[in-house]
Design a protein around this ligand. Structure first.
Ligand code: C5P
Length: 412
């Protein structure tokens, strides 16, 4: 009988951090997760197949052209027979080969042949990590939906300091568990979900609040998270209406995109789309606008500094959340916080009356604004789930799965 326990395929590439995989395997086993291992030739210089085999209690695969390996389990089956593939440590070399789609050893062949989610855990010297070649490769991999864990800043085996250090085994195990749960909750890509017939409103980007005809108040939102959500929902079959402030990214394919500037415009555009089945408010709406916007450019005058009087903007999320016949059956907001993220976001959920809040920490150094990554606390009525750090596209896909489940439950 096939094992019902979750299974991870660990792919070890060459790097001094490979020894930490022994601890990862030990903890995965303690958590009831089976592991199989594939090693590159370079990985074998750092840990022996024998020690991996002893800990994982399973065969360790190293050779693409081994007849014995292939007769036991072909490389295609190996690539599919796991819930999650984790490249750990992921060297600059294997990341480059993955980005290029190469299949010149067992590890890269398995990675190219898999239809399962893949996570990479980079570990390398800081200069290698910061090299534009590696950074471009990472962007390519993330764009293809591969999730990336780390690296972190710290001292490295080569005595240099900076980004490149592999995250610790504890964190790797947590991310693997979360990755497996996410997959087994729904096992499918958003392409297989059905939100057909659902009309979903998404807000995205910043709002821009004019001071006079040439100046404005804005914020750092890139619109990437909101646009990724619109894309994922559209791929899952929903009719998506995206209301977006000014952004420098393309409109998502196949999504009706309504462009607005100010918060007041955004609210009007949203209200025109009602009724909708769900509303996802990912826009970074300005809290205030200038109370009396001049029609002429404010002139600089010697010795005087103008004072801007501000007035509060309408809260779109709170407005859409108000009970009434037009209230979407699901209203979702975001909370970008710089401290006490979960506590503030939980309070915000009640105050605004929405159903779910995706909270993230945007304090300096997290790189959330404008970056590709997000670490979400998913807050619902009475529950908080900590999602591992994911690309914004993965957050969008995960949220889409939750939305699909919400509608499935509502109709069952
Ligand atoms: O209050 P705060 O701006 O932190 O709330 C964030 C959430 O509220 C986001 O979902 C954002 O889109 C929404 N929001 C809104 N209208 C505002 C302010 C925030 O829809 N005026």
């Amino acid at each position: 009988m096939p094992s019902q326990r979750p299974r991870v395929l660990l792919i070890l590439s060459g790097g001094i951090a490979a020894y930490k995989c022994l601890e990862v395997i030990r903890r995965l086993r303690q958590s009831g997760i089976d592991t199989r291992c594939v090693m590159t030739r370079a990985a074998e210089q750092f840990v022996t197949p024998l020690s991996l085999q002893a800990l994982s209690e399973g065969k360790v695969y190293t050779d693409l052209f081994s007849l014995t390996d292939e007769s036991e389990m072909g490389h295609i089956q190996l690539s599919r027979d796991a819930d999650l593939l984790v490249v750990v440590p992921a060297s600059a070399d294997i990341l480059a080969r993955m980005a290029a789609g190469m299949a010149n050893d067992l590890a890269t062949t398995v990675l190219l042949a898999t239809n399962k989610p893949v996570m990479v855990v980079p570990a390398m010297n800081v200069r290698m990590w910061e090299n534009p070649a590696t950074q471009d490769n990472m962007k390519t991999l993330e764009r293809r939906g591969i999730s990336v864990l780390g690296p972190v800043e710290g001292e490295m085996a080569c005595n240099e300091f900076g980004f490149g250090r592999m995250v610790e085994p504890d964190e790797i195990v947590d991310a693997i568990k979360a990755g497996i749960n996410t997959e087994s909750d729904s096992k499918q890509s958003v392409l297989n979900l059905s939100l057909k017939g659902k009309r979903i409103l998404v807000t995205s980007g910043p709002t821009v609040e004019p001071i006079d005809p040439v100046r404005f108040i804005a914020n750092r939102s890139s619109g990437r998270q909101g646009h990724a959500i619109a894309t994922a929902l559209q791929q899952a079959g929903a009719e998506v209406l995206l209301v977006s402030g000014p952004v420098n990214i393309p409109d998502p394919d196949g999504v009706e995109t309504i462009k607005v500037e100010s918060a007041v415009d955004m609210l009007n555009a949203c209200q025109k789309q009602l009724p909708v089945d769900a509303s996802i408010c990912a826009a970074a709406v300005a809290d205030w606008r200038v109370a009396s916007r001049g029609t002429d450019k404010i002139k600089k005058q010697d010795g005087t500094t103008p004072t801007l009087e501000l007035t509060e903007n309408p809260d779109i999320l709170a407005t859409l959340s108000q009970p009434g016949s037009d209230r979407p059956s699901l209203v979702v907001g975001f909370a970008a916080e710089t401290e006490n993220t979960v506590a503030h976001a939980t309070a915000k959920r009640s105050r605004k009356g929405c159903d779910w809040i995706l909270a993230n920490d945007v304090s300096e150094g997290t790189g959330t604004f404008g970056g590709d990554k997000n670490r979400i606390h998913f807050i619902t009525d009475g529950d908080v789930e900590d999602w591992p750090e994911m690309s914004k596209s993965d957050v969008a896909q995960e949220l889409t799965r939750r939305i699909a489940t919400h509608f499935d439950l509502a109709t069952s």
